[in-house]
Design a protein around this ligand. Structure first.
Ligand SMILES: *[C@@H]1O[C@H](CO)[C@@H](O)[C@H](O)[C@H]1NC(C)=O
Ligand SMILES: *[C@@H]1O[C@H](CO)[C@@H](O)[C@H](O)[C@H]1NC(C)=O
Ligand SMILES: *[C@@H]1O[C@H](CO)[C@@H](O)[C@H](O)[C@H]1NC(C)=O
Ligand SMILES: *[C@@H]1O[C@H](CO)[C@@H](O)[C@H](O)[C@H]1NC(C)=O
Ligand SMILES: *[C@@H]1O[C@H](CO)[C@@H](O)[C@H](O)[C@H]1NC(C)=O
Ligand SMILES: *[C@@H]1O[C@H](CO)[C@@H](O)[C@H](O)[C@H]1NC(C)=O
Length: 409
């Protein structure tokens, strides 16, 4: 028992490991050839981009050998994306935090859970601390009697509290994540919307010209849809019925952007955006954010808030909003404009409504926070750690362990 505890302390100290250099998971893993397969699939499934855009994240990686059983299943790339997204925890778990769970367990949400593809209560990972300092990881919906959890192997690098990269012993096996993922264009958008509180909007898409088909056809090239919830649509229906056929179609097409934007991308890509209704310089809207809250503002004065995610899976994002977006071209301005805001970045997407493939607009450059932009206290903490891990660290570690051991015996 005592020996095991000493082992825990050693593990703890040795896992006060390397700082992550920069914020690029591809680059971080490229320095460790034993994770080249995992790294390859993070890029191939576009999860690497999503990881790099986030803060407060933990990536559970598996060695090339550990990837073998998964690869032998011959999963498609969209399915592989689901499996790997179960290995990205949307919280920070450094080796220290993990080993302080002592006797306890915690549940972490994952990219898979956040994508809207995980049914029911799946998509969470249970992290448990066992006797002897073993930390284990298991999908929360696995059968705890028969499932062999993956265990903590080592910390690859940490950058508290932004990113932690941790090696675990095996892939997290999850039948739900491994269920064949539909090709994006095979997803029935209107069915998804109807199931998540946007039935009125979905029904209008199906009954108005080729609106539903236009949305459906645009998925492969990237599509973000803002679906007004049924309550909002009910108030709007009288106005909608008053529109011409062309007007009806345009107000529906106005609710979609021909580009895939994850929530994180919307937060960092504020500005004027073209919609599926845009022909030239019309039918645009403005994406804004106030902290975590993202709003869509129309030139007619409507400000709708994103209140939920129906699906967020590159190349398709479906969000619910609390108001119908009324384009200036069809509706009078309702509210006087607020004080002029700084000129927003214009995302250009020249296209004809509903026809042809679109050019993906150049994204506004995101600020790429470098290691120099840490807050002072964190910087100090990191420097302390850097000192600790410096040349004299072995001697220091030995001394600390010696001290702790003598305290225990
Ligand atoms: C991350 O690193 C890879 C490999 O060095 C590079 O190809 C990619 O462009 C980088 N991504 C970002 C966002 O810097
Ligand atoms: C994961 O944790 C939840 C909540 O604590 C629990 O209900 C569930 O049974 C756990 N699953 C496993 C596989 O241990
Ligand atoms: C989606 O489902 C609706 C109703 O369930 C159906 O009318 C429509 O044709 C479907 N669309 C596609 C593209 O399969
Ligand atoms: C419908 O249009 C008529 C004529 O343009 C207008 O008087 C009426 O207020 C409109 N109704 C709604 C609900 O917008
Ligand atoms: C956006 O649309 C408004 C009219 O609704 C127009 O006046 C403005 O020029 C458009 N802006 C851009 C950048 O296309
Ligand atoms: C870590 O995240 C904080 C905010 O969560 C941010 O201020 C800081 O710049 C980040 N550090 C790095 C190195 O990205």
């Amino acid at each position: 028992m005592r020996l095991l505890s000493v082992f825990t302390i050693l593990l703890l100290l040795s896992s006060c490991a390397t700082l992550c250099r920069g914020f690029n998971i591809t680059k971080i893993l490229a320095e460790h050839s034993e994770f080249s397969t995992f790294n390859h699939y993070l890029s191939a499934t576009h999860l690497a981009n999503e990881i790099n855009r986030r803060r407060t994240i933990t990536v559970l990686v598996v060695s090339n050998g550990g990837m073998g059983p998964l690869l032998s299943r011959g999963l498609s790339l969209p399915t592989m994306r689901h499996v790997l997204s179960l290995h990205v925890l949307v919280d920070y778990f450094g080796a220290r935090k993990l080993h302080q769970l002592s006797g306890d367990s915690t549940q972490a949400s994952t990219f898979f859970q956040a994508s809207g593809n995980a049914p029911g209560t799946s998509g969470f990972v249970n992290i448990s601390m066992h006797k002897g300092g073993v930390v284990s990881f298991a999908p929360s919906d696995s059968d705890s009697d028969t499932y062999t959890p993956a265990s903590f192997v080592k910390s690859i690098c940490e950058e508290p509290y932004n990113i932690s990269v941790i090696q675990i012993s095996t892939i997290l096996d999850s039948p739900v994540a491994e269920a064949p993922a539909e090709a994006p264009s095979a997803v029935n958008i209107t069915e998804l919307m109807a199931a998540k509180g946007c039935k009125t909007f979905a029904d209008l898409l199906l009954s108005t010209g080729d609106a539903a088909k236009t949305f459906q056809d645009d998925i492969d090239g990237g599509l973000t849809v803002f679906c007004p919830l049924d309550q909002a649509m009910d108030d709007f229906l009288p106005k909608f019925k008053n529109l011409t056929d062309a007007g009806k179609l345009n107000v529906l097409l106005y609710h979609a952007i021909p580009v895939y934007y994850s929530m994180q991308m919307l937060r960092s890509n504020n500005g004027v955006m073209n919609t599926l209704a845009t022909e030239k310089k019309n039918y645009n809207l403005t994406v804004q954010n106030d902290g975590e809250v993202v709003t869509i503002k129309t030139p007619a004065g409507v400000v709708a808030k994103i209140v939920g995610t129906i699906k967020d899976d590159d190349p398709l994002a479906l969000y619910t909003i609390d108001k119908v977006l009324e384009p200036r071209e069809l509706f009078k301005k309702e509210v006087p404009p607020p004080a002029p805001a700084p000129a927003p970045v214009v995302a250009e997407a020249p296209k004809k409504a509903g026809k042809g493939k679109k050019h993906v607009p150049a994204q506004a450059p995101e600020p790429a926070p470098g290691p120099d932009q840490e807050p002072a206290d964190q910087k100090a903490a990191d420097e302390n750690r850097a000192v600790m891990m410096g040349a004299g660290s072995l001697a220091m570690m030995t001394a600390v362990v010696g001290m702790l051991v003598s305290l225990m015996f």
